[in-house]
Write a protein that binds this ligand. Structure first.
Ligand code: NAI
Ligand code: 15L
Length: 275
């Protein structure tokens, strides 16, 4: 199966998590990169608009369903799963079993490229005064961050063992605009996210690359030099929102949002017994 068609256009691209916040945005923005965009989620999705879309509902924790989902796909943009801190059992099903099922189905179907929506929460316990690159030891800030860390290890293993290439994008905060002071550093615009996914899909020989998903913000904590081969040059900056964000009440210096790169995620839980 060809991983890349000419002119940066795949035959069939799978987008998991298509009903989510980023999935809805990317449903439109990834269309130019595939003749057919296969959209999947456990939540309901708007029907296919035309022949360029396919809607395939799927629970990522269901191995057989994920195997069927990947049939005929050239590449995967994997956004699906629990996207916030939650009890371990929920994370285990959607994120940990989910990503195993995705890679195992990729291996069995010969899919050679995955773009994995990792998260800044794999390094959330670094202080905001620290500057790190993609090789810094991970410091997950919860079960959610741990699951993304596992996902990155899964990506490395499936490259080393099976040659499946992945770009793990440690997304900062991708929303229409930064919502607080911390996000002035972590913000990733939708335009820059789309460009980064395009680079992640079509740059040759990425092996397993880890890249921080952030726009060209003024005060950043992350160094993307280890992912320079992607050629990602962000176009947007949180700076245009500074006045609006700084009109918010100040954050106490003892607030995790002012201390840790992962912000409030570092202080969530315990959740008790979710069984
Ligand atoms: P979201 O929560 O809006 O979307 C996630 C989607 O995954 C949802 O539509 C949900 O129904 C689906 N999902 C959950 N469990 C599932 C399962 N068992 N089977 C199939 N689908 C399932 O999250 P958002 O903001 O769109 O993020 C997308 C991805 O990017 C997530 O993986 C998230 O962890 C990651 N990310 C997002 C960031 C952001 O700033 N938006 C920051 C860092 C990472
Ligand atoms: C994430 O990983 C979450 O999915 C998202 O909802 C945001 O909270 C983001 O990180 C963040 O750190 O701002």
């Amino acid at each position: 199966m060809s991983q890349q068609a000419s002119n940066n256009k795949l035959d069939r691209l799978l987008l998991t998590g298509a009903a989510g916040g980023l999935g809805k945005v990317l449903r439109e923005r990834l269309k130019p990169y595939a003749k057919v965009l296969r959209l999947s989620d456990i939540a309901s999705l708007a029907p296919a608009a035309d022949a360029s879309e396919e809607v395939v509902p799927c629970d990522l924790s269901d191995k057989a369903a994920v195997h069927a989902l990947l049939e005929g796909c050239d590449a995967i943009v994997h956004l699906g799963g629990v996207s916030v801190e939650r009890p371990f059992e929920e994370i285990l099903e959607a994120n940990i079993k989910g990503i195993f099922n995705v890679y195992e189905a990729a291996r069995r179907h010969g899919v050679k490229r995955v773009v994995f929506a990792s998260s800044n929460h794999v390094i959330g316990f670094y202080k905001q005064t620290e500057h790190i690159d993609a090789h810094a030891a991970r410091r997950p800030d919860g079960y959610y961050g741990l699951s993304k860390s596992f996902g990155e290890d899964m990506a490395q293993f499936y490259f080393d063992r099976w040659g499946i290439e992945t770009v793990s994008i440690r997304i900062g905060s991708s929303f229409p605009e930064p919502l607080n002071r911390r996000m002035m550093s972590t913000w990733l615009s939708y335009r820059d996210l789309t460009t980064l996914i395009e680079k992640s899909l079509f740059t040759p020989d990425v092996k397993h690359t880890v890249v921080y998903g952030m726009s060209a913000n003024r005060d950043v904590w992350w160094d993307n030099s280890a992912a320079a081969h992607l050629g990602f040059v962000p176009q947007d900056s949180s700076e245009v929102f500074r006045d609006k964000v700084e009109a918010q009440p100040p954050v106490a210096p003892t607030d995790p949002n002012a201390i840790y790169q992962g912000g409030a995620f570092t202080a969530q839980g315990p959740f008790g017994d979710a069984s």
